[in-house]
Structure formats: C-alpha cells, structure tokens
Design a protein around this ligand. Structure first.
Ligand code: ATP
Ligand code: MG
Length: 533
C-alpha cells in the first residue's frame, strides 16, 4: 500500500529508496531488465531498450572524441524525436550537462541561452540549423562543435548519423560523479514572470524525481505513455526519464496534434496520456471523442499551469477516464505533487499529495518564516532530494529562492485536512483590488463554467481608485454571443464582491507559453500601452 494514513486524517506517501546511481545509468539498468522491450515509438518506428542503450553509448563516444568532458554543457535544439533522448543520455554518461532549448526560439533567444550556458557543443535538427548559422560569430568563443540531425552540415560541423556510425556502441569509460554535487541538466524555466532562469540540476535531482514520479503515478513496464508535450520543458524531461526507468513504452509526438494524439492512443493502446491545461481544453471541446477507442487509458495527467476543474469535469464525463492533476516547477526537477491515481482518491480541484521523500510547509508569504495554520493560505515551500542546487550564474536569486534547504515556490497554496494541496496562484500575479488579493486563476475557473467561454485570462488593470481591477479577456465559443455585463454578473454571483470582474474584453486569442501558461505579463504590458496611448 503506497498511501498511509497517519491517523490524523492526513495522507502521506511512504518513503522511497532512491539508488545512488548516476543519471545516465538509469537507461543502462532498464536495458538490462527489459532488453528487447520497445522503449520508443516514433513515426511508426520502434526501438528497443537495448538498441537505444547502444546508440547512447555510440553518441557518448562520439561526443567524447569531439572533446566533451565532465562538466561541459551540451545544448539541444530540436523538436521531440529519439535523437533528443540519445543526446541527453550520452551527455550524462560523460558527466557533462545537457541544456535543452525551446525549438520556437528565434536567433536572439538561441544566442542568449548558448552564451548564458557557455555550451561547447550544440546538437540541432536540420530545420533549425539556419537560426544557428546567423548567430555563430557571436557564440564562437565557447561553442566548439555543431552536430546536425539531417543530411547536410557545413564544413567543420558534423552529421549526427555519421558520428553514430563511426563510434563504438560500448559503454564509454566511467567518470567519477558526485551524485549530490555534479550537474547533469540545465533546463530553463518558462519565462512566465520574467527572463527564463537556468536551474542547476544534479544527478541526484533527476534520479530522485524520476522515481518520485514513477511511484506517485504507479507507472510500470505494462504502461504505454503518449508524450506530445515538448521535451525541452522540464515536464517533458520528466516524462522521458519516467518512461525509460519504469520500462514503459513511450509513444512520441513531434508536437501536439489533437486527432493524431487520439489515433496514436488507440493504435498503441496507450494507458497514460499527459496534458497541460490548454490540451485538456481542446480535448473537452472536441465533438468527435467517442470515435476513438480510449479504453486502455488508465488516466490523463495534467499539470504545469492552473486547470479549471469545470473543464476536467466535462472531459471526464465524456471519456470516463480519470483526470489526475499534478504540480511542479523547473526548480524541483519538476514534480512535487500529484493526486493519488486511484479512482475515489482524486480531488479534481487539488494538485494532490506531496510526492514521497519531500517535506512541505505553507508559510507566511511576507516573512517566509511563520507557518500558517492548517487550511490557511500562504506560500508553498518544499524540501527534498529533487530540489535544484540553485540558479545558474545567479547567486542572489538563488539565495532568495532556497533558504535553509527549502525551495520557495512563489505559489500561494493551502493544504486540506487530508493533506491535499490546492494551488491558488502565483504570489507575483495576485491582483490587488483595494488591498484585497484576487487570484486570477480562481476567477478564470469560474468563467470557464460559462458555456459561452472557450478560453479566458484575468489580469489586474491599473486603476487610480482601486489600485488594480480584475479584468477578463475572453475568447468566446464559436457562434456564442453574450454581453460583457452578463458575464460580469455570472462571476459576481459566484464569488465574493472584491473578486468581481470589472471589465470584459472579447479577444481572438489568449497568449500562452509552450507549457500552457497564460502570458499575463504580455497582456498587462498591452494594457499599459493602451493606457499610455
Ligand atoms: P518563470 O519562473 O521563468 O517565470 P515558470 O514559473 O512558468 O516561469 P515553470 O518552472 O515551467 O516556469 O513553471 C512552474 C510554475 O507553473 C509553478 O511555479 C506554478 O506557478 C505553475 N504550475 C505548475 N503546475 C501547476 C498547477 N497544477 N496549477 C497551477 N499552477 C501550476
Ligand atoms: Mg517559476
């Protein structure tokens, strides 16, 4: 039994044994346990754990020949594909550090992450190669080699396949690794509240979190996981690692596509479907769901951004597949909370229980010290083997975020009597109306209950009298018509007076990050510009 009851009505997860293996060896272990099992399915091609492990060795040996050593950074610039997994584990086996880049990045952003991370090697897919060529001069100091996944590379650069073919599939010489100190990954946060920050993750961090995730999600080698979320984001990193270590098969999509995701789920008898709230939204709104056989799905996991329970309800009624919400952040490798996956224990409006081997507290958001009374709102802080070492090249930011080993999440939350955690919103994004705090996510969740609303975002609009007023940007369902007053009344009748929406604007699009978060700072900036015009 994984869940225990302390007798105080407080559920917790029993402690896990986390083996002290280097991150790169997680795949090696799986290749010993499940050599002929299919590890990866991509565009109809299948690859076993043994084959994958051999390719990882070959690429590790190739990187070593290019001069990659322990501690060096290897940047990955590609959409989801098996080569990404090979590059991640090859880098790790040399004791080097992989830093994944968002494939939608334009030249400036690519240059920034390459410079910031001082990457010495870049692995890039052919279609993104042109973006690298134009900024090459600027990053020449640290960037020594470019490896291209494709058919053509410029003089001096190498082709991924050539490198693999020319290298031995034997395990490269073992490097001495400090489990708790040596870095293996440098993922960047989503940049929702400012510039993306590099999170320094150790071997311990990634091994621990893969095991915390597998255990909380009860994932086994019987499972088949559909991954349509971007690999470069920490949520994707976790899914890949979780699948590899548990022995589950991962069905990879290059990018999310609703109908393709459903037909793959049917074809490969997918048991676990991973989503972010915008994907849940399109699933819930899709009229043709019943055309697909989704009977093998055990649950749909959702996380990375606030989810309106109404949307999850609607989807659950259509599919009868449980929806399991989780929560995490780049700084925690990432998952810190997940609902128990058994039906009857799921609370849709909660992000669930703490993962195993983690301590948690709700503290006064002002002082960051005093613990709040049970049930009261405060800032969520967590501690455990999955918490990053700090932010890359940002000691002050690190000192603000990690204090006495506790990671300050910046999110406002509460814990109920059963130990379930409810995320209210980000501390930074709370709207201050006449001194009262209004959580945008709470107001959005109510707006989603209205049948005319397809999508929405709530922001604080600067206001001379009240400081800020809650303003809703609303995307209507196709064909729907409604007066702003009627929507304001709808919210007003369901929430306390100070949480009322005081302005509504109909829009044709809600800007979001790739991990599904409303880009509120973009909306607020637009509001400010309008006010100044
Ligand atoms: P940045 O730190 O650069 O501003 P970010 O915080 O969006 O970007 P991530 O690490 O990708 O970068 O996201 C973590 C954040 O996502 C959490 O701190 C939290 O605000 C939000 N989040 C994740 N899961 C949930 C969830 N289930 N419900 C509400 N919010 C969530
Ligand atoms: Mg953050």
């Amino acid at each position: 039994m994984e869940l225990s009851d302390s007798g105080l009505g407080m559920f917790f997860r029993a402690a896990l044994d986390i083996p002290e293996i280097p991150f790169g060896e997680m795949l090696w272990e799986s290749a010993q346990r499940f050599p002929e099992k299919i590890a990866v399915i991509y565009q109809g091609q299948k690859m076993s754990f043994r084959e994958l492990d051999g390719l990882v060795n070959s690429f590790a040996n190739a990187l070593s020949k290019l001069g990659v050593k322990k501690g060096d950074r290897v940047a990955l610039f590609m959409t989801n594909r098996p080569e990404y997994i090979i590059a991640v584990y090859a880098t790790a086996r040399l004791g080097a550090v992989f830093t994944p880049m968002n494939p939608t990045y334009k030249e400036e952003e690519v240059a920034h992450q390459l410079q910031d991370s001082d990457a010495s090697v870049l692995v890039v897919q052919e279609s993104l190669y042109p973006r690298v060529k134009t900024i090459r001069q600027r990053v020449n100091k640290s960037l020594k080699h470019v490896v291209v996944i494709g058919q053509q590379a410029e003089e001096g650069d190498s082709l991924f396949l050539d490198l693999i073919r020319q290298s031995s599939p034997k395990h490269p010489p073992q490097v001495q690794i400090s489990w708790t100190e040596d870095l293996v990954a440098l993922p960047y946060s989503s940049g929702t509240t400012g510039l993306p920050k590099g999170a320094m993750l150790t071997h311990q961090n990634l091994v621990a979190n893969a095991i915390q995730f597998i255990s909380s999600g009860r994932i086994t080698e019987q499972d088949s996981m559909l991954i349509c979320l971007p690999f470069y984001h920490i949520y994707g990193v976790m899914l890949v690692n979780g699948a590899l270590y548990s022995g589950a098969t991962q069905v990879i999509m290059e990018a999310f596509d609703l109908e393709l995701s459903l037909s793959l789920a049917q074809q490969y008898k997918v048991s676990l479907y991973y989503a972010v709230p915008p994907i849940l939204l399109v699933l819930a709104n899709y009229p043709n769901l019943s055309a697909y056989d989704l009977s093998h799905l055990r649950y749909i996991m959702v996380g990375a951004a606030p989810m309106a329970p109404e949307v999850a309800h609607r989807l659950q009624e259509k599919t009868h597949v449980p929806i399991v919400q989780g929560y995490g952040l780049t700084e925690a490798s990432p998952v810190t909370h997940l609902n128990p996956v058994d039906q009857g224990q799921i609370k849709l409006d909660s992000v669930g229980l703490s993962v195993a081997n983690q301590e948690q507290k709700i503290v006064d958001p002002e002082t960051g010290e005093h613990e709040m009374e049970p049930g009261e709102l405060g800032e969520l802080i967590v501690k455990g083997p999955h918490v990053m070492q700090g932010y890359w090249k940002a000691p002050e930011e690190t000192a603000r975020t990690i204090r006495n080993g506790w990671l300050y999440t910046g999110d406002i939350a509460r814990i109920d009597a059963d130990g379930y955690v409810y995320i209210v919103d980000r501390k930074k994004e709370m709207i201050k109306y006449k001194g009262f705090s209004v959580a945008p996510a709470e107001v959005e969740a109510v707006l989603f209950q209205h049948e005319a609303v397809a999508d929405c975002a709530v922001i604080g609009k600067p206001d001379a009298e009240s400081g800020e007023i809650p303003k809703a940007l609303v995307l209507l369902q196709g064909g729907a018509r409604i007066e702003p007053e009627a929507l304001m009344e709808f919210v007003g009748s369901r929430l306390a007076g100070y949480k009322r929406v005081r302005e509504v604007e109909f829009v044709s699009n809600i800007p979001k990050t790739a991990s599904g978060k409303v880009l509120r700072r973009v909306l607020i900036e637009a509001e400010r510009e309008k006010a100044e015009a």
